[in-house]
Write a protein that binds this ligand. Sequence first.
Ligand code: GDP
Ligand code: ZN
Length: 385
Amino acid sequence: MIGHVDHGKTSLTKALTGKWTDTHSEELKKGISIRLGYADAVFRKCPNCQGSEAYTTKPKCELCGNKANILRKVSFVDAPGHETLMATMLSGAALMDGAILVIAANEPCPQPRTVEHLLALSIGGTKKIVVAQNKIDLVSREKAIEHYNAIKKFLEEFGFKDVPIIPVSANFNTNIDLLIEAIEQHIPTPKRIEGKELKMFVARSFDINKPGTEVKDLKGGVLGGAVIQGSIKLGQEIDVSPGLDGKQILTKVVSLATATGQLDEAKQGGLIAIGTSLDPSITRNDQMRGQVVGDKGKLPKPVMNLLLEVHEFKRLTDEQEKLQLNDLVILNAGTATALGQIARLKGSQAELRLKNPMNVWPGDMIAISKKRKTGWRLTAYGINK
Ligand code: GDP
Ligand code: ZN
């Protein structure tokens, strides 16, 4: 779930999953999502009814009351739309097989983060998208159509063709069935690659112990994220990289769970939480976000230098500002973030020095944000050599 702040990502996640992902008090106070929210939905279809209205997330058909058949389970990542939280948004994008771009009908399109999030999707090859034109309850039919055409034009300018635009109202549950139908048709479950080594991106981490728990009852740290490749099993030894203080950490999978229950093994697709034997103090408050989990001894060494082939974005709204030698940049690879500096630049080849280590693979697409007067702006992506 991506899009500009306040356009209704959290509300739409709620309409689809029944879960309000904005649960942190800090976030409630500020009224914005600052962390990635997770929620699962089960998409179903009534075998007796026809058309979009046959789609539902409820066990029973809302038209005829019959039992609806399960199509698939979908995990939603509610990415923050605030401009200072692009790194968190990009972490979320790394986990997504597809995205719902939420655009509010009562504001001109595109808003800055609408553009940036759409660009972010093109990094990492994303992907399939469906646009939810939200808050249609707030505009007239004419305004809604005008706005719909503005979205269409905007998508075309960015090279996104055949993207469905579904007018919805998250607050009134309007056209949620149509949205599910569009997701079913345009964001198919990708083919999973079998038999490869484990690669899991960590997007959240937690200490699940209540304050005052006795040491003997303490549960190990929990890592949340998505398996990008391979599979992870209960009892398995895993490396967590880059780890802490320049050392990868070896730990063990003590429990494995999704929102719907415990598992013995998790493969690609969907969001999982793994209980580990890690000291819970190091997993508190998302401290392990950006780490990669792999089979013991199989992860590449984290790097402090990157050689990238850089592709700069041609912007629709901002003056394009080229990357230059010595520029400070923020790099995002998978769920990881690093501060870097451009140490060499020759044509489209850039060499970067990082302030903190990163795990990267050849061919990885890495997002590059540059500091501007208005803050960090997604400027380019680099392909790791
Ligand atoms: P986010 O920042 O994109 O996650 O946006 P939120 O889901 O927090 O919504 C921002 C505000 O817009 C809240 O006050 C919502 O109640 C409101 N909102 C969201 N969807 C709708 C809608 O469909 N209609 C109306 N009228 N308000 C909406
Ligand atoms: Zn029915």
